[in-house]
Design a protein around this ligand. Structure first.
Ligand code: GLU
Length: 308
């Protein structure tokens, strides 16, 4: 009886979260960045990059097609009413478009789940990918990475009334949810095999399962979890200290070093001129964490020459 009441209360909350209309005083806007504080991306009209097949195809088409997430608060969110995307990753994608010669608003975003990113880049479905995408050696065998442009760390999201989970060491026998194909999923599987691990395509499904008592914790990057917690501060909390390093890169087709290095240069320029910080403060910064210094960019000229 009690459980039923609790589940229906949680379901009501999910519906409220989905409707994105909690309307609490002082809570950050549930959709979209603080538009007045976003950087005004200048289009570099003189830019050309004929050495890049990806850029050349985009030029012919007239815009970039960029892979992103659509359900990660402050990072990559799609407004179901307008179809528009917003968030820190989205702003990074738009800045890159402007620096590479295309209007920032011309980017066509495509939602691609964590497990499908490499395939989407390999089969030309997208030109580049900006969506909490950790750079690591396994992925570098399949795709290229510009950046990093942000450093996150794996953490845990639990219900506010959970007192027993403070870190990954407390997950034995507990149900923990993450996205298929993600590094946080892989880390729990490898390092905490006694956790009862559940995978879905997206973290928002995990969060729904947490609110309805189907799982006991959600694990992924702190940047993502802080956003979900900020949207439901009475129901959810992020616990413990980050237990990994997740440097976010812009995924590109593996062979296209010209595109990768151009994006590295563009990131560096936008970090230097203050646009990176402006974009952060108008998006991810709304979840309450002040702008960190961006991590050093790793321009790796030779790595693409290695055989996979
Ligand atoms: N940064 C991690 C990853 O790339 C987790 C976030 C995500 O799934 O996008 O796997």
């Amino acid at each position: 009886m009690f459980r039923t009441a609790r589940v229906s209360a949680a379901l009501a909350l999910c519906t409220a979260l989905l409707a994105a209309a909690c309307g609490r005083d002082g809570s950050p806007p549930s959709k979209g960045p603080a538009a007045d504080r976003l950087p005004h991306d200048q289009v570099d009209r003189a830019f050309t990059l004929p050495a890049s097949g990806t850029w050349t195809r985009a030029k012919r088409r007239g815009y970039f097609v960029v892979g992103a997430k659509e359900d990660q608060p402050y990072l990559g969110e799609k407004d179901p009413a307008t179809g528009g995307y917003a968030g820190f990753d989205i702003e990074i994608a738009r800045m890159m478009s402007a620096s590479l010669g295309f209007p920032p608003q011309s980017v066509k975003f495509k939602t691609i789940a964590s497990a499908n990113r490499e395939t989407a880049l390999q089969n030309g479905q997208i030109d580049y990918y900006v969506g909490t995408y950790t750079i690591n050696a396994n992925r570098e065998k399949l795709v290229g990475f510009a950046g990093p442009y942000y450093l996150a760390g794996q953490s845990l999201l639990v219900r506010k009334d959970e007192d027993d989970i403070h870190g990954p060491q407390d997950l034995d026998g507990r149900r923990v949810c993450s996205a298929a194909g993600s590094t946080p999923y892989q880390r729990i599987q490898a390092d905490y095999p006694r956790a009862a691990l559940v995978a879905y395509d997206t973290y928002s499904i995990c969060v729904d399962n947490l609110l309805t008592y189907q799982v006991d914790a959600v694990t992924t990057d702190d940047a993502i979890l802080i956003g979900y917690a900020a949207k439901a501060p009475d129901e959810l909390k992020v616990v413990g200290r980050p237990f990994s390093k997740e440097p976010y890169g812009i995924g590109v087709p593996r062979g296209d070093s010209a595109l990768r290095l151009a994006l590295d240069g563009a990131l560096q320029a936008r970090e230097k001129d203050g646009d990176w910080k402006k974009a952060y403060e108008a998006t991810l910064g709304l979840s309450g964490v002040p702008a960190p210094d961006p991590p050093a960019i790793d321009r790796y000229p030779a790595r693409d020459a290695r055989t996979a």
